[in-house]
Design a binder for this molecule. Structure first.
Ligand code: PNS
Length: 159
């Protein structure tokens, strides 16, 4: 059986923290699908097409990864691609409560699926997409938090 994991998120934008988790997951599973949520109730900085393209660019050297956009419930998407596992990253205790609630909810919706948590690399424990946007907007340096290609794209948005 092929072990497929889905890494769902907003990725607005992808950070070094996300990338580290994608690398580690790709060495544990046969395939990792990075699933970008199309969320009509949020106004992202990057459109869904932009986010997919940016992800594709930064994961192109990581084997057995694929980027897809999805709508609706994560568990439905996970089942539709024949995956068994959802991957999420935990940076700090503050992430835990929300992640635990999501994982329990998803387990209730789809008992056959599991959530696997990776603790983020210490180096990136402080990195978040929303802070990156704030820093970039205020003209700060985000080069330690995102790959150069993403840094360029973020800067373009705030030009
Ligand atoms: O990167 P994020 O914004 O923290 O990711 C959150 C995400 C996309 C994983 C979560 O909001 C999600 O799964 N949304 C899809 C709708 C859904 O399945 N909701 C129930 C989850 S308990």
């Amino acid at each position: 059986m092929e072990h497929i994991a889905v890494y769902p998120g907003s990725f607005d934008p992808i950070t070094y923290g996300h990338l580290d988790i994608i690398r580690r997951a790709s060495s544990l599973f046969d395939k990792v699908i990075i699933a970008v949520l199309i969320n009509e109730s949020k106004t992202p900085l990057f459109s869904i097409d932009e986010r997919v393209k940016m992800l594709e660019e930064v994961v192109k050297d990581i084997p057995n990864t694929e980027v897809m956009a999805f709508k609706g419930l994560t568990v439905d998407f996970v089942k539709s691609v024949g995956a068994q596992v959802m991957v999420r990253g935990l940076r700090a205790v503050s992430d835990f409560e929300y992640e635990l609630q999501m994982s329990h909810t998803n387990k209730t919706l789809a008992p056959e699926l599991d959530t696997v948590f990776f603790t983020t690399n210490l180096e990136y424990g402080y990195v978040s997409s929303s802070l990156i946007k704030e820093i970039a907007k205020l003209g700060g340096d985000i080069s330690k938090m995102v790959p150069p290609y993403i840094e360029e794209k973020v800067k373009e948005k705030f030009k």
